[in-house]
Design a binder for this molecule. Sequence first.
Ligand code: HEM
Length: 504
Amino acid sequence: MSPWTITVLLVVLGGLWSLAAHLQDASRARQGDHHRLPPGPRGLPILGNLLMLGDFPHHTFRQLAKKYGPIMYIRLGLVRTMVVSSPQVAKLFLNTHDLVFASRPYNMVMHIIAYGNKGIAFSPYGPYWRNVRKLCTIQLLSAAKVDSLKHMRKEEVGLFVRLLKDHSGVVVDVSAKVGSLIEDMTYWLLIGSKVDRFNLKPVVQEAFILIGAFNLADYIPCLGSFDLQGLTRRMKAIGKVFDEFLEKIIDEHIQDAKNRQNNHKDDFIDVMLLLMKESQNATDEQGYMIDRTNIKAIILDILVAAMDTSIVTVEWALSELLRHPKVLEKLQEELRDKVGMDRVVEEEDLVKLNYLDMVVKEVMRLHPVAPLLAPRESMEDITINGYHIPKKSRVIINAWAIQRDPIVWSDNAEEFLPERFIDNNNIDIRRRDYQFIPFGSGRRGCPGIHLGLVVVKLVLAQMVHCFDWELPNGMSPDDLDMTEKFGLTVARASHLLAIPTYRL
Ligand code: HEM
């Protein structure tokens, strides 16, 4: 059979499947409450509602939710999808019935580059994910482990300040500079050195593009083998580069450990190699063991989960401060009072910087880096708020819409106003308040919150304490372009340019 015949056949089969799903959904809708799907817009055969998403799906979903309500049903290709848009309903999915929604849907990119999804962030719920997540939370992301690497962050931030000082009074590409700093910090954390010698940065950028790309194969799986968008070919190419790099790095770490006199273990790979050695003879009750492939997959996953999130948050934070000079001034006052003008900010200072905490929260409220969190998948049929949610439905939580909901945040929800957190200081960034969920929540919530917040606050505090900032070419704060770019994370569409002037 020619490839063309196979394509036609698969498209026809997909069409029939989609029609059958459509008729089944319609018949469920007519049945009693028991099988009623949530309301939602009508979709096309095969494509479902894919064409409605537009450039900013989080904006589109908010508009649609105004008509269809806080649990909405759409079909993305052949995938049944529930979109959640209120804190009350988010709580039902992320807390009350968290276990049912603790899995992730299949993701082709991560399947290809992360060794059959052996990382954490995209792997399905099960003993493997539970073990790997526990391992990372305890061994790699605990407060003690994060604190033990503060000397590295201090050194990197020191270099960054010196670099900006050399550019005092001239226009700087803030996005690129902050990106470079946080990339270096992440590599230090994971592999114990910077990666310039491997020239990995363009490959990581390509990985971000591919993971953020809208891959038809995830929604209409029968099209996967045709690689219509050319994504699979690109994924395989970067998967190969990553693999060669990770193999080299692991070999170097093993060699290094042999040569080392003391037993000092520092970066993620060191810790995992130690665990691999320990687990070689002893498997745990689920028959789970760490091997080289697991280490490579986890490193890749953490790289993806950790790097862009912190970079994008700092970028939005400085953008908002440039648009709100009074807030910037107030933050500088706090730093002057609590840190003083004769030294830089240290990590120990962060706990006493209350206004900085409010500013960061407000940035994360208006600009959650993952506005739709990461998709979940239901593991069994369940009824929520009277609606039937079939097994294997994809669940999208629109954190962006929830965090801008005027019913929750009042009429000024669209304004950047850190002071709102003075009255709402009981709002907890760590999971319990479903009106504010920039790190997600529940079993699949972000395990890197502590590290993420330390990095974001330290970098931002340093930039604001050491420098005054102004926009280039006399641009007025209101003219700063705040357009978003939707992808793996939602970053600024254009790089942030600004002029630092050293002030310490
Ligand atoms: C400002 C920084 C960060 C933000 C805003 C952020 C946000 C998020 C969000 C929204 C999710 C999805 C949660 C859900 O589905 O409920 C997530 C998952 C995750 N994050 Fe973060 N993150 C940040 C930093 C980090 C760092 C520094 C690390 C690790 C070094 C990390 C590791 C992970 C992992 C492994 C997952 C997947 C968890 C799982 O599926 O079990 N994140 N993060």
